[in-house]
Write a protein that binds this ligand. Structure first.
Ligand SMILES: [Zn+2]
Ligand SMILES: [Zn+2]
Length: 124
């Protein structure tokens, strides 16, 4: 593979934006890849920013899923208590639907808490 601009010079890598092969004269080394000097630098910086932002969003979303799972689990336990306690104490079945709903909440909350996240962003 040779440089796109200098066909007789060997390429040292590819531009992260346009994917052309670049020699050491044509390439600018940026923190996460190479860019065509003077033409693709802004775009490669933008690509790197987009990836960084996505990592932050994914991390925040994972925290959100975990904390909402804990909330649903606690709500489920409360529903189970209020739903099944009258049944245990006096044999009344009037609140049993609430207890069954509570069981679903508990199951849903546990699944959310133990489910592995789909993405593993590298921490920054
Ligand atoms: Zn380029
Ligand atoms: Zn070149």
């Amino acid at each position: 593979m040779n440089c796109y601009n200098h066909p007789n010079k060997p390429a040292i890598g590819f531009c992260k934006s346009c994917c052309k092969g670049l020699c050491s004269d044509c390439a600018t080394a940026l923190p996460n890849g190479l860019a065509c000097r003077n033409t693709c630098e802004d775009r490669v910086n933008l690509i790197n920013q987009i990836i960084d932002n996505n990592q932050k969003v994914i991390t925040a979303a994972n925290v959100q899923v975990r904390s909402s799972g804990l909330f649903v689990l606690i709500m489920g336990i409360v529903f189970c208590l209020f739903g099944f306690l009258p049944l245990l104490l006096s044999g009344s079945t009037s609140t049993i639907a609430m207890g069954i709903l509570g069981l679903f909440f508990v199951a849903f909350g546990v699944i959310r808490l133990i489910k592995k996240s789909q993405y593993y962003p590298t921490a920054k």
